[in-house]
Write a protein that binds this ligand. Sequence first.
Ligand code: 13P
Length: 333
Amino acid sequence: MVNYKDLGLVNTREMFKKAVAGGYAIPAFNFNTMEQMQAIVQAAVETKSPVIMQVSKGARNYANATILRYMAEGAVAYAKELGCKNPEIVLHLDHGDSFELCKDCIDMGFSSVMYDGSSLPYEENIKISRQVVEYAHKYDVTVECELGVLAGVEDEVASEVSHYTKPEEVIDFATRTGCDSLAISIGTSHGAYKFKPEQCTRDPKTGKLVPPPLAFDVLHEIEKKLPGFPIVLHGSSSVPQEEVDTINKYGGNLPDAVGIPEEQLREASKSAVCKINIDSDSRLAMTAAIRKYLAEHPDHFDPRQYLKPARENMKKMYIHKIVNVLGSDGKLG
Ligand code: 13P
C-alpha cells in the first residue's frame, strides 16, 4: 500500500475549489506513453498550471499499471527538475468500472479515482459509488462519479446513445454518494467522431461539419441545484481540423471527424465545470506529427526521430488548451 502523498501527488479537492471560484478548469490529459507524460509535464511547468494526469483501464492494459504509477511519480520529479518548486499533479483513474479497480489504484498511489456507474440502474450506481467514496476518503483520495450517459467510444467504454444528466437527480446523487465531483452529460462524447454527419450542419464555405451546441441549459440547471459543486466534462476534445488534415494528407483516412468547438469549452470553464477531459486531441497530435515525419523521411527508422516532433506537437496542443481554452495558466500555488 502506497499513499499518493508519499509520491508528491495531490488530490483534487483544493484545486477544484480554486478553479470553481476562479472561473477556470483544470486540464485532465490521458496518458499511455513516456512522450505523452513528458509533454504534459513540460506544458504544465511552462504555463504554471496544475494538471491531472489520467489513466484509463485501457491504458493500464497497454502500458502496465505498475509502470504508469511510477511514471506519475517520475512526472513529479521531472516537474521539479524543470524548475517547478511545488508542482500540483494529480494521478487519476479515468472510468473505473468496479470497486476493486478503484481500490487497486488507491492502494497503488492514485490521488483521485473515477467510479463510472453511469450505465447502471440509478440505485446500483449510487451503491457502488458510495462504496468507492467510503474507501477512498479513508486515504484522502478524491472521487469523481458520473450521472448521465455519454455517447461514443473510449477504450472499453462505449455507448451508442447519450442521455443528458437529469438535473432533478443531482442533489440526491451527490448527497447519497458523497462524491467530490460529478461528471455530467450535456452533449460531449468520447472519440474523434463525436457526432454523426446528420446531427451536424455543414459550413457552406468550408464544407466542414458544424456540431450541435452543448446543452448549457442543463449545465446551468445543475449548477443551480448544486451551487459551487465541482462539475466534470468528459469527451471534450476539439478534434483540430489541421491535425485531421495532416493525417489525411499523409495517408490517413479520418473523414468527417468532428469535436467540441473550443469557444464552448471556454464558456463551460468559466462555470462550475472545473475539470475537462482531453485524450483524442493528444492522439491526433501525435499521429499527425508521426505520419508527416515518416512521409517526409522515408529512410529514417529511429523512433526518437519521429517521436520527438510528436512530443513537441502534443506539448504545443497542451499549452494551447491550458492558456486559450481552460484558463488554468498561472494558477499554481
Ligand atoms: P475525448 O475523446 O474527447 O478526448 O475524451 C476523453 C475523455 O473524456 C476521457 O475520459
